[in-house]
Design a protein around this ligand. Structure first.
Ligand code: SAM
Length: 215
């Protein structure tokens, strides 16, 4: 299957119907990622199929946790995952992408420019740095994929949440065990509102997505 067919079919299996325009944006993203990845290390996934399943479809799988039109902060976005794919399929979102690695922020800015995305900003800085220029208490959703242990990630995310917001954590197949181990050590203040366990399409890996609320 060609990358675009794989993407569209996989997205459908995740309940998301991509328009031809969205699919085109993903293919441009794929091409930018492969070109830049030859010069700077952005991802260990090199093959089209692996990138489509492991980055694009994985990111798309979290889109249902982000209501249309909300303000989304992606902490430790790296090469733009999951924030840029979620923005592509939900254009009315206001998205801020944060990463502490300059080269990754430069790449994300180039993708935003090349894809002509509006309402999305890539910022350089550390989440725990009070001077990073990102407004506190102003995001409806804070999302992270593969950024540190669960309790640390919750602590990093918490200051940015608006009242009534949710923290979305995307974890790999050991996510359930991680949470069970972390739960007893966690400070009070977070409530697990939703937990979704599934496998990525086309024999992809197991995933767990957690949604936390502040109490
Ligand atoms: N979320 C992306 C993904 O799933 O492909 C990247 C994951 S990568 C393993 C972790 C990223 O988080 C790195 O790009 C790193 O620079 C960034 N990072 C780690 N700690 C951070 C912090 N405290 N504040 C901002 N970015 C951070």
């Amino acid at each position: 299957m060609k990358p675009e067919e794989l993407l569209c079919e996989g997205a459908l299996r995740l309940g998301v119907e991509l328009t031809p325009q969205m699919a085109g944006l993903f293919m441009r993203y794929l091409s930018e990622l492969k070109v830049w990845n030859r010069k700077i290390n952005l991802t260990s996934l090199r093959d089209d199929r692996d990138i489509v399943i492991g980055h694009f479809l994985d990111s798309i799988s979290a889109a249902r946790f982000v209501p249309a039109g909300s303000r989304l902060l992606d902490i430790g976005s790296g090469a733009g995952f999951p924030g840029i794919p979620i923005k592509i399929i939900s254009p009315a979102l206001g998205v801020t992408l944060l990463d502490s690695a300059h080269k990754k922020v430069t790449f994300m800015r180039e993708v935003i420019r090349a894809l002509g995305l509006a309402g999305v900003t890539a910022m350089w800085g550390r989440a725990e740095d009070e001077g990073n220029g990102i407004e506190r208490h102003s995001f409806d959703r804070v999302i992270t994929r593969a950024v540190g242990p669960i309790p640390d990630t919750l602590r990093l995310s918490e200051p940015y949440l608006a009242a009534g917001g949710r923290i979305i954590l995307m974890r790999g197949q050991r996510g359930g065990d991680e949470w069970e181990a972390a739960e007893t050590r966690m400070k009070k203040g977070f409530r697990l509102a939703e937990r979704s366990e599934f496998k990525l399409p086309f024999g992809g890996q197991s995933r767990v997505i957690f949604a936390f609320e502040m109490v």
